[in-house]
Each structure stands twice: as C-alpha cells, then as structure tokens.
Design a protein around this ligand. Structure first.
Ligand code: GDP
Length: 527
C-alpha cells in the first residue's frame, strides 16, 4: 500500500514538473512570438519567398542570407509587391539557365561554334538553341552590382543566359542565384584568354563594327563585344537603339564590359518597354526586385552583416545610415564634408542638434530616452569619430541618445582584395537595413544600398571648390540608381531630343541634373 502511494505521489510530482516545463516552453514561445511581432514585423507571418520572387529550391543553410535578409529580425515588411508576371518570367529563366548553363550539351555546342561566323543564307542549322551574355568584372563593387543587375535584366528581356566572369572574387561575395545550375562562366571558356584585351578598338566590338561599316546583314558573328563603359562612343550607344538591335539579337555570344546602370535606356527602347511595364508596374522598383532576387551574400559576408547589426543596431529605436564617399585622389578627411554631414542631418531633422553647452538634464525615469543609432560608412574614419565626439561631449536638445558606429575604415579602395570587397558588400547591406539613409552624390556604393533597402535617400550634393554646398543635401525622388552617363540624344532621327523628356518615368537624376537618367514612379502626384 505504502509503495503504491509513493508511486502515485512520484508520478504526480513528475507530471506537475512536466506540466510546469511545458508551460514554460509555451510561455517562451509565446513571448518569442510577441517580441518578434511587436518589434519590427506586422501580425502577418513573413513570406520568406517574397511573393514568389525567390524559388524554394535551395538548401537554406548553404546561403543563409537568401531567406534571412527579409526576415522580421532585420526588416520591416516590404511595401513593394512583386508582379506575378515577373515571378513567372524568373521561373522560366531558371529553366532556360538549367538547360543552357555550364556542363550542358547546349553549352558545349555553343562554345564549339565560337569562332565560326554564321551565314544566314545557309539556313539555321548551325545556330544552337541557347544565346549567352558574358558579364566581365570591371571597376568597384557598387559599379559591378549595378551592371550585373542591368545585364541580367537584358538577358531576361532577350532570352539569353547570363554567365559571370569568376576570375575576380565574385563567388566569395555572392551565392549562386539560379537553382540546380551555375552562373559562373567556366574557366576553360574558349575566349577567356582574350577577354581582358577586349576594348573599343577590338574588331568584334559592336561600336567599332558600326563605325567601320563592317556589319553585314547576312553574316552573323559568333560573338560580339559590347563596350558600355563611361568612355563609350555614339556608335557603342547604338546598342540601346531598336533599329541597331536586330543584328545584336542574333549573335550567340555577347561579352560586355560596363560600369553603367543602363536600365533606364532599356525602358526607352520601344521593343522592350511593353514587357518592362508588365514586369515592373511600379517603375522605380526595378533594381529593388532584381537585387533581392539576384544578390545573396555568402555566409561569410552575411555573418559580418548580422554580427554588426545585432551588436550595434538592433536595439535602437531608429537607425540612420550615412554613406560618405569623397571622390578625391587621396582618402583624406575634409572639414567641409564634415560640416555638410552635420548641416544636412540637422536641417532635414534626421539627427537632433547637440546643445550649445552642457545644460541640466531632466531625466525621465519612467521612459528610457529614444535611441538613434547612426551607421556611418566611409573609407576614412574621421567623419564618424567627429560625429561620435559631438554627441558625447554635448547633450542633444531633445534628450534623445545618439550612438555612432562605423564598421570599417579601409582608408583606400582595394577592389579585388577578398576581405576588403566582403567588408564593402557587408556595409552596403547594413546601410540597406537602416530606416533613413543619407548617401553621397554619384556613388554607386550608395545607389546599391538605397536600391536594396527600397529607401529614398537624402543625397549629399557634390561640394564645389572645397566648400559645403548650400543646400547641403536634398531628398531623392526615387530609390532607383542613376544611369550616370546615358546617351543624350536618343535613337530617333531628331537630333537634340532630351532623353529625360521622352516618357514621364525616366527623368534626370537629382545628383546629376542635366545629364544622368533615372526611373521614377509616374503614378505619384508629386511628378
Ligand atoms: P563608387 O566608386 O562610389 O561608385 O562605388 P564602388 O563600390 O564602385 O567603388 C568604390 C570602392 O571603394 C568600393 O567598392 C570599396 O571597395 C571602396 N569603398 C568606398 N567607400 C567605402 C566604404 O564606405 N566602406 C568600404 N568598406 N569600402 C568603401
């Protein structure tokens, strides 16, 4: 009897311990949910595939950023929907890439044909089923990301396969974007040894062939080089024109070097425009959607992003990003740039003023003061150091607390050095996770951050003669990057046509008012 009572009591005890621990787990889960929901997310569970933009066909652990970048831990829900037309276009592209990518018969056949120009009069038998565009890495990382997005969109529009020159550090920066295949151009690609020498003088350069009248309407070259760099000539710019495109379209292999975000000019081409409108009904979201689809930092870079974010930014009530890029021969600290940063952030009420002198602080003990984290990125550490000192030495006029953080201070540009490029990429992603963003005029580094983050930045205008400009900055009208050196006259017969006046959604850029072109949303009243 005694034994029975002891057994029953022991069971009851065990049962209550189990219940208690279950309820604790349950409470923690509930709490966890509550914390997540109330911190940055709405009540709706986050769609990790971004409305179908991303495919579910990847192993999550191999590339953590792919599904984590949009998570509620780091981002507010996206206000920009992905069109179903874009989703189906991407799925079709993925199938095409799988069929034509490296290690397929189609790729083998296409590379074997390199070097043999095709005579259209002979018939179609010698043309393979797949066409390619090879992207070659040139210039800094911001430039590279913008051109990759541009070349990918061109590939989508023309049913080509994008292959990426992997001799630089691209695979240390980004995961593969397409499932079950690779976007890396095989190292034994037959033209690999020659690509670096391709320039405007190359006989297979599209612009040069137009200039020298060596284009023959029936002989299709097996490859063409597209020179889409800032020093391109009027003939190179004809790549964007509908009537010059019929030859380019038939060439199996295109190799492109570019440092331009040339997407606005694709919108001005009447043969692409209807398709583009269906892909991107909200026209200033092109880079935003393409970048979230295409670019997924490797686990090493993503580790840098999340460690920085969790250590320095996640607890703030508001995060302000300031991207400082000074285009000068040496990376120096310039006082007029520092003055510009302070003038801009205070005039636009992005940061509180630092009080003139120490005043008695009324401390509210019931409510902690608002914490603003400022993420500064710059090659030089001087700007963030000064800002930090300013808010340490004096209180703010509003009682808000400002903490300043700069992840790296590399001093000078070291493109193609693995860790340097990884830090640059991590900083672009960190800037994209801020609530408000200040960028530097003409910088593709800043364009990437604003585009990824879907942020309309405050742009620090370019100083002239070492003076702080007045006004120091202005609000961008769209989050799209600027095409800094577009063709100025359009493709029509009429000379002197202003390319920023052809359609309402392609305008001059705020930071290059008479020249650059950018996409804007034409559905808004402000336009
Ligand atoms: P852009 O020259 O401003 O258009 O931007 P790019 O990214 O094309 O080239 C500048 C390069 O300099 C970057 O890719 C980095 O290598 C380096 N760099 C410039 N600013 C920064 C910065 O704030 N942080 C880091 N880590 N690197 C920078």
């Amino acid at each position: 009897m005694k034994l029975m009572i002891t057994t029953i009591l022991t069971c009851l005890l065990l049962w209550s311990v189990m219940l208690l621990s279950f309820s604790n787990i349950f409470k923690h889960q509930l709490l966890g949910d509550t914390v997540n929901v109330s911190s940055k997310d709405s009540v709706k569970p986050r769609d990790k595939l971004l409305g179908g933009l991303l495919t579910a066909d990847f192993d999550e652990d191999s590339c953590l950023s792919r599904y984590q970048y949009q998570s509620s831990l780091y981002r507010k829900p996206s206000p920009y929907n992905t069109s179903q037309y874009l989703v189906s276009k991407l799925r079709n592209y993925e199938m095409l890439h799988k069929r034509c990518g490296p290690d397929t018969d189609a790729y083998k056949i296409a590379t074997e044909k390199l070097g043999h120009d095709h005579d259209e009069n002979v018939g179609d038998r010698s043309v393979g089923e797949c066409k390619y565009i090879v992207w070659v890495a040139v210039y800094g990382l911001g430039n590279r990301i913008l051109t990759l997005a541009s070349v990918f969109l061109y590939a989508l529009l023309t049913d080509r396969i994008i292959l990426v020159d992997q001799r630089k550090d691209i695979s240390d920066l980004f995961c593969e974007p397409f499932p079950g295949t690779s976007w890396l151009l095989p190292l034994d690609f037959p033209l690999m040894g020659k690509i670096d020498s391709f320039d405007r003088e190359y006989s297979r350069c599209h612009g040069t062939m137009l200039k020298n009248h060596t284009i023959n309407s029936t002989i299709i070259p097996s490859h063409l080089y597209l020179h889409l760099l800032h020093d391109y000539r009027d003939q190179d710019k004809r790549f964007f024109c509908q009537k010059d495109h019929s030859l380019v379209d038939k060439v199996p292999w295109l190799v492109v070097k570019s440092n331009l975000y040339f997407i606005p000019s694709l919108w001005l081409n009447p043969s692409f425009q209807p398709e583009l409108i269906k892909l991107f009904p909200q026209k200033d979201t092109v880079f935003y959607h393409l970048a979230r689809y295409l670019f997924h930092p490797t686990n090493q870079v993503w580790g840098m992003v999340t460690r920085s974010y969790n250590a320095y930014l996640s607890r703030a009530d508001e995060i302000l990003g300031i991207q400082v890029r000074v285009f000068s021969r040496q990376t120096k600290y310039f006082q007029h740039v520092m003055n510009q940063i302070v003038a801009c952030t205070q005039r636009e009420k992005l940061l509180p003023e630092a009080a003139a002198q120490e005043e008695p602080q009324v401390t509210n003990t019931t409510k902690p003061p608002k914490l603003i984290a400022v993420l500064v990125t710059s090659l030089h550490p001087g700007y963030s150091n000064n800002l930090k000192n300013m808010y340490w030495e004096r209180p703010t006029s509003t009682g808000e607390i400002v903490k300043v953080y700069q992840p790296s201070g590399e001093r000078f540009q070291q493109t193609d050095k693995k860790l340097h490029d990884q830090k640059a990429l991590a900083e672009m992603y960190l800037l994209s996770l801020t609530d408000k963003l200040v960028t530097s005029a003409w910088s593709t580094f800043g364009y990437v951050a604003q585009g990824l983050g879907g942020l309309k930045p405050w742009i620090l205008y370019t100083p002239k003669k070492f003076k702080t400009p007045d006004p120091p900055c202005g609000r961008g009208v769209s989050m799209e990057p600027c095409f800094l050196t577009p063709p100025v006259h359009g493709c029509g017969a009429k000379k002197g046509i202003n390319t920023a006046k052809i359609v309402p959604f392609v305008r001059h850029c705020e930071d290059l008012r008479h020249y650059g072109l950018k996409l804007v949303d034409d559905t808004k009243d402000e336009l």
